[in-house]
Design a protein around this ligand. Structure first.
Ligand SMILES: Cc1cc2nc3c(=O)[nH]c(=O)nc-3n(C[C@H](O)[C@H](O)[C@H](O)COP(=O)(O)OP(=O)(O)OC[C@H]3O[C@@H](n4cnc5c(N)ncnc54)[C@H](O)[C@@H]3O)c2cc1C
Ligand SMILES: NC(=O)c1ccc[n+]([C@@H]2O[C@H](COP(=O)([O-])OP(=O)(O)OC[C@H]3O[C@@H](n4cnc5c(N)ncnc54)[C@H](OP(=O)(O)O)[C@@H]3O)[C@@H](O)[C@H]2O)c1
Length: 446
């Protein structure tokens, strides 16, 4: 249960009694003030649900570093930093299409446009989030170009056990300032700070070295030899893109050999062990390659600089559904619908769960991955928080797409699905393989 607080860092239980008159100022004086850090999908979801409970919450204050909503889904051609020297947040690349169908990916209360195919180019997801922000009246509550610098708990001396939160921000209309809130939703994302594995001799590498955070499009690698390190979603998807421009790809990873069909330009190799003095890349089995490019698709660090080192965030989940469920649970806690155990009991439960998982062989770096555990977790949160759990059809279609992706990584996006009911989905027609220039809106059949 403690996992619910991966994104809600500050709360206290407060029972509401609106009896004794409904004078607006009295009600307002009892309303909780909530801050939201970030206006990506999670932050917008938090803001929407806060706004929908106006009897118990004041309108949220949403802090957003950039000048627009969407976070990850804001494609930025540049790499490195913006003109104002702020690091580029999004790891989006030009041809990316969603790896979940829109029927699973959507917020359950806000479907995508029914005319769209199931697997969407990133532009459509951004458009969806912009519509969400407009439709629910969130945009006026966002302080754009405002960076949260510090989030700090303050213990109230007069009220035992009560904690409020000071949020210090910079930029925007107000410059540096500190505001106080009853709770803070941390929605700043965790796919921006590249994880760079320590590879002995890496400084000897003489070719182009980059992380997938800075990868934008395959054309600049046409015909080149590329070692892609890591076979997560980025490593696999980018390898397939590179094969499409006749790059010779060595997909180096520590998983059991991938058995599904890969393009002939993609060969597999075990992980990189070191870079030799002459710049050659050596693999753990002793094999050697001399690639022109070393592309690290090695994932991201959980990084929350404004929290003084705390690490939050669950992985391998169905993101928008996860936000939708966690946010409602967190608000139920704040509303007093759910009573939490003491912090000591929650810490103890986390410790026991970590120990159990490690005893079962889960690597420490994978302890925050949920995989199939996410479905039971959502049911538990919904039951405790008294809201509607995700319908069974979401899990069923998610698992079907997972299987399709494992077996046909190059083709699974050609399928279209339709939800028939809370428990049933169907496959629509199979799309011919298409080459899409999304920038210019041109599609041609291959
Ligand atoms: C390459 C890639 C492809 C993906 N593909 C899919 C997919 O197909 N389907 C899917 O469901 N999910 C996908 N995801 C997962 C994706 O991260 C989630 O869908 C979702 O967008 C995450 O939303 P978020 O709000 O948690 O974070 P983000 O989208 O990262 O938003 C965080 C926001 O917080 C702001 N911010 C950060 N720090 C501060 C600060 N200090 N002060 C103020 N504001 C701050 C940022 O500017 C940003 O706007 C993908 C992720 C990546 C990296
Ligand atoms: N829509 C899409 O098509 C799409 C495309 C790209 C990304 N995404 C999303 O973006 C998010 C991030 O994905 P990601 O692939 O960038 O990160 P990721 O899921 O964290 O995967 C990183 C991979 O790198 C491996 N790795 C790390 N260090 C390594 C090393 N030294 N040697 C070999 N392998 C190493 C990891 O192996 P271990 O597992 O052993 O740690 C892991 O498999 C995910 O949510 C993903 O779904 C979506």
């Amino acid at each position: 249960m403690t996992k619910a607080f991966s994104s809600l860092i500050g709360c206290h239980n407060r029972k509401y009694s609106l009896q004794g008159g409904n004078d607006a100022s009295k009600i307002m004086s009892r309303c909780l003030r909530v801050a939201v850090v970030g206006a990506g999908a999670a932050g917008l979801c938090a803001a929407q649900h806060v706004l929908s409970r106006q009897n118990t919450f004041s309108p949220p204050v949403v802090y957003e570093l950039t000048n627009q909503v969407g976070g990850t889904w804001v494609y930025e051609e540049r790499v490195g930093s913006h003109d104002n020297s702020q690091s580029i947040h999004s790891s989006m690349y030009r041809n990316l299409r969603t790896n979940l169908p829109k029927e699973v990916m959507m917020f359950p209360d806000f479907p995508f446009d029914q005319h769209l195919p199931s697997f969407l180019p990133h532009q459509e997801v951004l458009h969806y989030l912009e519509r969400y922000s407009q439709q629910y009246g969130i945009t006026p509550h966002i302080q754009f170009e405002t960076k949260v610098e510090e989030v700090k708990p303050v213990t109230m001396e007069m009220e035992e056990g009560k904690v409020t939160w000071e949020v210090t921000s910079s930029g925007g209309q107000h410059g540096w300032r500190t505001e106080t809130f009853d709770a803070v939703f941390v929605c700043s994302g965790h796919y921006s700070d590249p994880h760079l594995p320590s590879i002995p001799g890496l400084e000897n590498f003489k070719g182009t070295l980059l992380h997938s955070h800075s990868y934008r499009c395959p054309e600049s690698f046409a015909g080149q030899s590329v070692v892609v390190l890591g076979a997560g979603a980025s490593g696999l998807d980018i390898s397939i893109e590179l094969a499409g421009v006749q790059a010779q790809v060595t997909l180096s990873h520590g998983r059991p050999p991938l058995r599904f069909p890969l393009p002939p330009q993609v060969q597999q190799a075990p992980p990189v062990s070191r870079v030799l003095e002459d710049g050659a890349v050596q693999f753990v089995d002793g094999g050697v390659a001399r690639p022109q490019v070393l592309l690290l698709c090695t994932g991201y660090n959980l990084s929350f600089p404004f929290l003084g080192g705390a690490a939050l965030g669950l992985q391998t989940i169905c993101p928008f559904l996860h936000f939708h469920t966690q946010v409602q649970f967190a608000l139920a806690v704040l509303e007093g619908v759910v009573s939490l155990p003491s912090p000591a009991e929650m810490e103890e439960e986390v410790r026991r769960e970590m120990e159990r998982n490690m005893a079962e062989g889960v690597e420490p770096r994978h302890l925050l991955k949920m995989d199939s555990a996410q479905w039971g977790y959502y049911q538990t949160l919904a039951r405790m928080g008294g809201f509607r759990p995700p319908p069974p059809v979401t899990q069923s279609l998610y698992e079907e797409v997972w299987r399709q992706r494992q077996n046909h990584p190059q083709k699974y996006r050609q399928l279209n699905y339709r939800l028939i009911s809370d428990i049933e989905w169907e496959v629509l027609e199979v799309q011919p393989e298409r080459e899409v220039n999304w920038e210019r809106g041109i599609e041609t059949e291959r």
